[in-house]
Design a protein around this ligand. Sequence first.
Ligand SMILES: Cc1ncc(C[n+]2csc(CCOP(=O)(O)OP(=O)(O)O)c2C)c(N)n1
Ligand SMILES: [Mg+2]
Length: 652
Amino acid sequence: VAGNAEKEFLGQMLLCREGDRREGILLRQGRGWINFPALGHETLMVLAGSLSATDLLFPYFRDRPLMLSRGMSHLQLARDFFATSSSSSAGRNWNLQNGNRASGLFSVATPTGAQCLPAVGAAWGIKLRGEQRLVLCTIGDAATREGEFYEAVCFAVQLALPIVFLVEDNGYGISTLTRDMLPLRFPVFDSSIVTRVDGRDAQELSRAGAEIFSSVRGGAGPRILWVELDRIGSHSNADDHRVYRTPEDLDQMVKQDPVERLARRLVEAGEMTREELEAMRQEAAKRIADVYQQAAGEPGPDPSRVMEQLYAPEAPPPQPPPLRPDGEPATLAGSINRVLRASLEQDPRVLLFGQDVEDPKGGVFKLTRGLSSQFPGRVVNAPLAEATIVGAAIGLASAGFKPVIEIQFVDFLNVAFNQLASQVSTLRWRTNGDWTCPMVIYAPYGAYTRGGGLWHSQSNEGWWAHLPGIRVAVPSTPEDAAGLFWAAIQGDDPSLILVPKRLLFERREAPEYAAVPFGRAAIRRTGTDVTVVAWGNCVQLACSAADQLAGEGRSVEVIDLRSLVPCDWATVEDSLRKTGRLVVVQEDSVTCSFGQAVISAMTTEPHRFDLFLAQPRLVSRPDVHIPVHPDLAAAVLPDVERVVEAILSTLR
Ligand SMILES: Cc1ncc(C[n+]2csc(CCOP(=O)(O)OP(=O)(O)O)c2C)c(N)n1
Ligand SMILES: [Mg+2]
């Protein structure tokens, strides 16, 4: 980069630095929320020269320079700083964490390293489409110790994905020296994919970036660009690095500050005069001050809109093609297989990903049998890595796919909890709808089977229902399974469908399948004395109890919620209006469960509380894990007898 181009580059770096300086001043005045100074990281702006407009950047929180160089404006960063109504997140998220879809910038989730798996998912989507784009995923040096980083590199190497992991190695994770912790130094990675560069030298960085991006774009597989630079500022405005760094160390950093070094060099080489440099600084300061002043004067976010963009706007799903098997009783497993096949046939964006889903196994419960043979390349075995499965699905969704992922048993969805809770659940809301996460996660779940024990019988829907932004359903019939899967795949939200294992192969007469919109309960028995609310396995317990009590002249209404989030409170309320009595049955444990949520929803609103003629009851597993021996399992799981007893108690 010579002459004018270098001057222009210096100008960009000065503007970037001025943004940090301005935010620091404002924060000391008690304005704005947070700043992670990028002082010393500005040279990374040079990489933009080798990126194309359609490349995707999955940044982390110290990437002001890259965000600016990828097209985010200073004004937008200023709005984000004040979290105004026109900030990227409409005031919901920290500044420097907001992406911008139009600029190909993914939104940052604060848990360090959480961007890596979505980034490889996007790179996979790009490769599947045969596009020439690449993904640049940045990460701090300390964060390379997060497990998700290793999973991401591994998946990228496995599939030779077009992705560059840019490690911004400033030697510190807050106050902790990473020198002896950095996996790149051990080394853990094959040296052929790692390129180490002195990031204080923009020319060297530019050369390395151009070579690496071109190789990755050409299909040579992923690379790690390990850039050593200095974090000249403290970790954030809440940190003071003088507490843990020596004055000599700080002096040394300032001496080798790449921005000032370039400025000195240009003056010494006669490319610009001292006066010109001074004018450039003043111009930067003025421009940034103006921009922050403008943003400061803009209205703050509107509290009445805080619930918006948690979910996609509701739209009735289109009807599925005819799916019911002719002349034979249906099973839940068969209906899932049929709806998956129909979805793959109908929508080229659908991609099925999960452990053992390919033929000849076709899934450990055979839910995907025959599909990989019919749709090669679109039904793909996943590595034994649930965070990779969910994380990659986020990236696929961001690249325009409709991922449908199988988690072999719900018990192992916990491994992907970070991706689910930090990314899937928050993405749409935190970007005010700019980025979305349409995907379907399904998992066999629940007990009442032989010998499932601790990790093959969990019914933990309360955990998942607690995450705003994810829709949760638990079908109990073949037609509902087909209808809910269909609706979920047509929708624009992340949906989690928990499929009771015990019901998978039960043969039942089923009506023709129709789409089942989320948030619509089904009434399985009509009655006037007591309302019983259940879902999944417990619907049958409730129906058996209702049938038994019908013989004794008791009229019990059974509501199968089908979908927990959103929940059909209106149907429960309408039933209560008739009965005045409520029993909720669940196999989950008590504390913070969905059963408690149902009772709370019905008793904490005065107009509903007034409907009660008796105390509501919860029939539930107590707060204990599921044991393996059937005698112990029977001791903790709800059964018909307990449901009958609870119903009668509300009538006494
Ligand atoms: C999962 C997680 N753990 C802890 C934190 C708190 N935290 C924020 S930044 C940080 C250090 C990051 O260091 P590094 O990755 O080197 O990036 P740098 O700040 O140096 O740019 C920590 C521990 C977090 N955000 N996420
Ligand atoms: Mg660091």
